[in-house]
Design a protein around this ligand. Structure first.
Ligand SMILES: O=C(O)CCC(=O)C(=O)O
Ligand SMILES: [Fe+2]
Length: 289
C-alpha cells in the first residue's frame, strides 16, 4: 500500500495497532500460533543466544516510530570512549595482545528515556504488556517489569556513519531491540555465541575473534521493524560501521525487580546528569544500609 494510503495509527496503540499480530500473535497467548512463535524464539536463544523476529512492527507504526526517533536524534547524548570488550581496565602487566588490553574507539549517541512522549508509539511499544510477557517467556523469566529508570528505561541508539560499535560482552543479561534505521552497507550485527561461560573467560578464543577469525561468527542485519532478543553476556558481539548513513536501533530495558533504578553516581557517569528519582534512590539505599 503506498504511504499516502497508509491508515493512521489510532491514538490508543493497542497490541494490534503496534505489532503484526497476524504473523506474531502476541495478543493470543493461548493459541497454537503463539506457542510456535515462542518456541522459535526460545530455540534461537537456547542455541545461538539470539532470536530475530523480522517485520514485527506494523508498517504504519514503524513509520511513526521512525519519525519520533528522527526528531529526537539531535538530542542524543553522545558517548566517545576507547573501550576493551569488558569495559574494564586491565591489571598491570597484562600482555599487549591480550583481550583485556584490546581497546577500540566507540562513538555513538543515546536518546534518553524521558525524551519520549508518553502518548507516543515508542513509549507505547515499551509499555506494551503483551510484548513484556512474551519477552519474559522467551528468555525464561517468570515475570519482567519495564525498567523505571527515567533515562535508561528505553533509548534510541544512534550509530553515525563510519562508527563501529566494537566487539564487547554486555554487562546486562539480555537486550531487547528493534531496528529503526539501517544502511545498505555496513551496520551488521555480528556475534559469536557462547564464547565465554560463567566458569571460563576463554581469552584465547576471544583473542582469535579480535584478530579476525570469522569461523563461528554469525552476522545479521537488524532491519527497520525487526525485533531482536539477545543474550549478550556470554556472546561476543559488535555492530560494524554503517556506510552511507546512520544506523538507529531502539533498546528496551526490562528488569526482574520493579524497584530497580540507577543511583545518581551511575546516572551522572552515563548521562552527565541525574534525575530526582536517582537521588531518591540514593536516599533509599542510605536508609537501608
Ligand atoms: O544497537 C544494537 O543493535 C545493539 C548495540 C549493543 O551491542 C549494545 O548496546 O550493547
Ligand atoms: Fe552490546
Amino acid at each position: 500500500m503506498p504511504a499516502s494510503e497508509a491508515k493512521p495509527v489510532p491514538p490508543d496503540f493497542s497490541t494490534e495497532d503496534l505489532f503484526d499480530v497476524a504473523a506474531y500473535p502476541l495478543n493470543k497467548p493461548e493459541s497454537a500460533a503463539y506457542k510456535d512463535m515462542l518456541a522459535a524464539a526460545v530455540e534461537g536463544l537456547n542455541t545461538v543466544n539470539c532470536a530475530q523476529l523480522a517485520n514485527f512492527v506494523r508498517p504504519e507504526t514503524l513509520a511513526a516510530m521512525q519519525a519520533e526517533a528522527e526528531a529526537l536524534a539531535p538530542d542524543a547524548v553522545f558517548h566517545e570512549a576507547s573501550l576493551n570488550p569488558y569495559f574494564s581496565q586491565p591489571p598491570e602487566g597484562t600482555p599487549a595482545d591480550h583481550p583485556l588490553n584490546r581497546f577500540s574507539p566507540r562513538r555513538h549517541g543515546m536518546v534518553r528515556g524521558d525524551k519520549f512522549a508518553r502518548g507516543g508509539v515508542i513509549w507505547s511499544v515499551f509499555q506494551n504488556p503483551d510484548l513484556c510477557r512474551f519477552v519474559a517467556e522467551a528468555l525464561g523469566y517468570e515475570k519482567l517489569y519495564t525498567y523505571r529508570d527515567p533515562y535508561a528505561c528505553t533509548n534510541v541508539n544512534v550509530q553515525p556513519e563510519g562508527c563501529e560499535f566494537a566487539w564487547h560482552f554486555d554487562n546486562n543479561d539480555f537486550t531487547v531491540s528493534f531496528g529503526l534505521k539501517q544502511t545498505e552497507e555496513g551496520g551488521a550485527f555480528e556475534y559469536v555465541p557462547n564464547l565465554r561461560s560463567r566458569e571460563d573467560e576463554n581469552y584465547d578464543a576471544v583473542k582469535q575473534v579480535l584478530d579476525g577469525d570469522r569461523s563461528n561468527l554469525r552476522s545479521l542485519k537488524l532491519r527497520p521493524g525487526d525485533l531482536q532478543l539477545f543474550r549478550g553476556g556470554y556472546t561476543l558481539h559488535r555492530v560494524t560501521a554503517p556506510e552511507g548513513g546512520e544506523r538507529q536501533s531502539l533498546l528496551l530495558s526490562y528488569v526482574t525487580d520493579p524497584e530497580d533504578i540507577a543511583t545518581s553516581d551511575k546516572a551522572i557517569r552515563i548521562w552527565g546528569e541525574a534525575h530526582p528519582d536517582h537521588y531518591a534512590r540514593d536516599r533509599q539505599l542510605a536508609e537501608i544500609n
